[in-house]
Design a protein around this ligand. Sequence first.
Ligand SMILES: Nc1ncnc2c1ncn2[C@@H]1O[C@H](COP(=O)(O)OP(=O)(O)OP(=O)(O)O)[C@@H](O)[C@H]1O
Ligand SMILES: [Mg+2]
Length: 437
Amino acid sequence: MSINTPDTNIILIVDDSPIHLKVLSESLVNAGYEVAVAINGETALKQALYEPPDLILLDIQMPGMDGFETCQQLKAHPSTQAVPIIFMTALADTSSKIKGLKAGAVDYLTKPFQQEEVLARIKVHLQIKDLTQSLLEKNLLLDQLNHKLKHLVLEKDIQLQEADKLSSMGQMMAGITHEINNPLGFVIGNANQVEEFLQDLLTHLQLYQKFYPNPAVPIQNHAEEIDIGFLMADLPEMIASIKQGSLLIKEISTSMRIFAKVDGKNKVLFNIHDGMNSTLLILNHRLKANEHHPEIQVIKKYGKIPEIECFPGQLNQVFMNIIANAIDALEESNQGKTYAEIIASPNQITISTELTPDQTQVLIRIADNGTGIPEEICSQLFNPFFTTKPVGKGTGLGLSISYQIVVDKHQGKLECYSRNGQGTEFVIAIPVHAPKC
Ligand SMILES: Nc1ncnc2c1ncn2[C@@H]1O[C@H](COP(=O)(O)OP(=O)(O)OP(=O)(O)O)[C@@H](O)[C@H]1O
Ligand SMILES: [Mg+2]
């Protein structure tokens, strides 16, 4: 056994002949190596595992465990598998050499030894070992750097995409709302005026009919032609539905404005229910009945919650992503079902809000009775680019962006509970008061 110093290489010599051990040890010590010796395979193994040497000179023919087996066992052990092994034997036949190299030896020395040759070979193999080691370390470092770089690029990419997605959508919606609001103002204003004028005209006409029940023939003919009775009954209803329609447009446009709030630098107080309602209105075209499915029922169980300090536009984006995923999952669960079957157990999205008992957080639950999520993919949901949807349908960014918004931007929590085949629930927790960070 020897004491290792950082600069000296330890060579373990394994040989059952004390004479060989002595001669070799002396020449290696003279050449500046630390030497350890073992007289059989078993001891060699123990010793090498206790303190792995830098190189092993291993005799092939030994009583008990021979050199080949000792070599195999050393190669099978993680702490000794990288130690170069040079076989030594009196055998010069090719098959032994091949067997030795197959067992994992790096070289072969045939007895009797030439001292210079032994030293030269040991030196070369120690150099190779050092180079391999430093190559491995550099590779590891390179791998780590590569990993970090990939992570940074991805992170930056996601943030850019997120910012891009949010700002271009926000701007587009703000633009559309603005364009709609002006003409909508005329329509609503004039519809009220038209309703009033029309009422006057109708009253006037009724007075004519009352006091001049038998007007001239052309007037009677024209009244019949235009079906004046129907016209007088229907016109007020038509005006009422124009007013109703334009009020609905106004509601949608207000929702778009709430939904597409372009967030400033600081968090502001926001009514989560307004955000949720506006998001649902924007998604209404996907919720109402169409040729693929009957109406998706939205069950709201809004609790009494205060306004919360947040970035409203970003939270709306989270609601949008999660509800859109729920609709996708419901549509997928409808595959292979008839319209009647779906009506019998209807597609549902349940949205509930509540304040935690300690009143510090608002919990928003969005649940669907769609496909559910297989357990093995639950842990991957929030990874960027993870999607199970066909190319072109999903980018796999919705949930990872939502996670960043909830967790990083709002110091909240976003969790998913799902049972495959039975539906999914996402729970968003947002602090009522933005924590100071
Ligand atoms: N409510 C849900 N029910 C079932 N699976 C869901 C649900 N929500 C998310 N998933 C699964 O999580 C995956 C990732 O969702 P994510 O919103 O991040 O990406 P995506 O919807 O595939 O694409 P997009 O970027 O367009 O949102 C989905 O592809 C889907 O497999
Ligand atoms: Mg999605």
